[in-house]
Design a protein around this ligand. Structure first.
Ligand code: IPM
Ligand code: MG
Length: 403
């Protein structure tokens, strides 16, 4: 081989790699020094930013906001909670600035405590948009939202899972900063840091402890991806020792994705914690078992900020065909329930989850099809609010849930 021919490429790649290493070492120290969790009971007012995003996003987000405003009526009146519209988190504006999240939009988001966010377009090669980075990924990184919490429940199948997907490392951290050496060779980087793994694994175990859950399952591919996944698993082993009352086990991602559809096994999974890309894939599979990715809400949580979103896309075609008002807002309403819980309004969150179950699983008096032969998102939100007003909500839910 004529090494001379590649020398420049290799030198450039080395420089790039060195830069990444320094950045990540700095990041490790930053995580190690980070402060404690924000205490919302002491925050006044709690500012909830609302960004509708693209496609059906603004329509379904509006319906989720209506439901939240209904539940937080007193808190809004007495100034404990404030809703604030965040402008400019649209594909048009992001392309205009050629930024995943334009600086001025990020500034506004940072003035809030939590963000309710509709789906945003993530351009891929071949789309009419330039290939800018995903807004989700950029916000998660900018606000250090390291935990992506995704519950999946199918009561009739005995499924009650809560996924804790690491949200700021893995293959995503440097996903847009790999190296294309030449036309024949490309490299991407996957990173796991010890403090990054520890904070997500600890959060999963803490959650299990606080919510009375029995088991945590750690998912990696540590038999093959030995360094990064190996570190994740080592840290899990160490953290688990602090939670002796909680059972834990570990699975590899391939067999885990099989077991999620194994009726004999799947109801035994409970809390599941895993690195970023595995979490991305497995939570889509899990959501499909629940009825599709459109049915899932997701919380992105950090110590200072948090963002709540749907995990599905923008369904641009629905808007093009004028069907946006028939888009199902249930995933955004579920994200809203997670927000209420995160902010410490546990009772309101519980009620909202019961109303969602009644409207979406048990009673289904308002059914959306995505077309004009079904109900609108607004009608569904009204139905959820009517259900919330029912003084017998809890009894009703218990009756359904026990069948
Ligand atoms: C998700 C989405 C995002 C991700 C995309 C839109 C970048 O799939 O929230 O799971 O990969 O994290
Ligand atoms: Mg995904």
């Amino acid at each position: 081989m004529d090494r001379e021919k590649y020398k420049d490429y290799v030198e450039k790649a080395k420089e790039h790699f060195e830069k990444l290493l320094w950045e990540q070492l700095e990041r490790v120290e930053k995580i190690q020094k980070e402060g404690d969790w924000i205490d919302y009971s002491k925050v006044h007012p709690i500012i909830i930013g609302v960004a509708g995003g693209d496609g059906i996003g603004p329509y379904i987000t509006e319906q989720a906001q209506r439901v939240l405003e209904f539940l937080l009526k007193d808190e809004i009146e007495n100034g404990k909670v404030e809703f604030r519209k965040i402008e400019g988190l649209t594909i048009e504006n992001r392309v205009k600035h050629m930024q995943a999240v334009p600086d001025e939009v990020l500034e506004e988001i940072k003035k809030c405590h939590v963000l309710l966010k509709g789906p945003t377009t993530t351009p891929k090669k071949g789309d009419p948009w330039p290939n800018i980075e995903s807004a989700n990924v950029a916000i998660r990184r900018a606000l250090d939202l390291f935990a992506n919490v995704r519950p999946v429940r199918v009561p009739e199948l005995g499924i009650d899972w809560v996924f804790f997907r690491e949200n700021t490392e893995g293959a995503y951290m440097l996903g847009s900063r790999g190296i294309k050496i030449n036309d024949e060779l490309a490299l991407d980087f996957k990173i796991i840091t010890a403090p990054g793994a520890e904070r997500i694994i600890r959060l999963a175990f803490e959650y299990a402890r606080k919510s009375g859950r029995k088991k945590v399952t750690v998912v990696t591919k540590a038999n093959v991806v030995k360094k990064t996944d190996g570190l994740f698993l080592d840290i899990a082993e160490r953290v688990a020792k602090d939670y002796p009352e909680i059972e834990w086990d570990d699975w590899f991602i391939d067999i885990m994705s099989a077991k999620l559809i194994d009726p004999a096994r799947r109801s035994q999974f409970d809390v599941i914690v895993l690195p970023n890309l595995y979490g991305d894939i497995l939570t889509d599979e899990a959501a499909q078992i629940q009825g599709g990715v459109g049915t899932a809400g997701s919380a992105n949580i950090g110590k200072r900020y948090a963002m709540f979103e749907a995990i599905h896309g923008t369904a641009l075609r629905m808007v093009k065909e004028g069907r946006e008002k028939y888009a199902n807002p249930i995933s955004m309403i579920k994200a809203g329930a997670m927000m209420l819980e995160h902010l410490g309004f546990a009772d309101k969150a519980r009620k909202l989850n019961m109303a969602i179950d009644i409207c979406n699983i048990y009673e289904r008096k308002v059914v959306l099809t995505g077309r004009s032969d079904g109900a609108t998102g607004e009608e569904l939100a009204n139905y959820v609010m009517r259900t919330l007003k029912d003084p017998n909500l809890e009894e009703k839910w218990k009756k359904y849930a026990s069948h």
